[in-house]
Design a protein around this ligand. Sequence first.
Ligand code: SAH
Ligand code: SF4
Length: 350
Amino acid sequence: MYLKNYNLDELKSWCVEQGVEQYRAAQILNAVYTNNLGDFTQIETLPKAFREKLIKTFEMFSIKISKVRKSVDGSVKFLFELHDGKHIEAVYMPWYDDDFDTMERITLCISSMAGCPVECAFCATGTLGLLRNLDSAEIIDQILLVQKELGCEITNIVFMGMGEPLLNYKNVVKSLEIMTAEWGLNLSRRKITLSTVGITNRIKQLHKEIRPVKLALSLHATTDETRGKIIPLAKNLKLSELLSAVEEYYRETKMPVTYEYIPFLGFNDTPADARRLAKILKRVPSRVNIIPFNDISFAMPSGFGKELKPTPKNLILEFGDIIRQNGGRVTIRDTFGQDIEAACGQLALS
Ligand code: SAH
Ligand code: SF4
């Protein structure tokens, strides 16, 4: 059993079942999350016999680091092995201020699944299909193991590694509880971004959870027809309903939304696309993050993905300008870790 699948209430109940005082649960979680202790013998506030009980019952870590690759730009890619031999990845990204003096934040890009069932035409993870969902402990341990390995404190989390978080809803929501709880990692929910391909009914549910986090929607196209060509499940989801769910999410949480958009040459990067995108952006406080396409056609045996080509930088800049002229806010992502194939969304095959 993995301890990090338990929240405070569940661990209290377990303590009571063992005939131990409830307050021990908070002591255990404090040692695990605040002090990041590596094993139960180190929790000296607990009676020795109880520590032994913990060792017999729980495993401290649910995954292990199997490879670490450092990029020249400071980002670090972690490959983790799961207990059944499958692999997932996370990417550590330090952000400095303009003078490179102080580190402003440290973002960890984490996975929610091994593989992904959505199989978007442009995505390396999608070529694997769904291998399996991660449980909450496996999601949380990515953070704890990176902090331990690098001796750092992660300040921001993005769900932009492998998998579609809203199709592993229950475990992802529990991991959000652990990340944001005072007894857990105690991160502000504003420092956590959940990126989704757009599961309309789950977006409508997410804002009702205790601590909803920031939402990023992987839009990539502005009409149902184009979107359906690159995101198979978009064939059965209406963009108009999806965008209404995003609007509702904003109304309920008051947190600006990010749209992600990968321009593909001649496919979704025309001036008309830019104007439609700007119109979408004006519906709620939001911005679009334009992500240059990491060409993965080498990994595509067949299918539409083979036809997708990156829009060159100068055309991306023009595309961004048209969005701005039409009143939308735009950022263009610098890709981190290109020398170690660590860009988010390119995490499966290397
Ligand atoms: N399933 C979620 C989160 C994981 S993917 C989602 O789709 O949003 C994280 C981001 O990486 C998404 O915006 C996705 O569109 C992007 N991505 C996937 N493959 C990519 C590629 N080859 N190049 C650039 N970005 C990619
Ligand atoms: Fe899955 Fe996201 Fe990749 Fe699509 S882009 S296949 S939803 S991980």
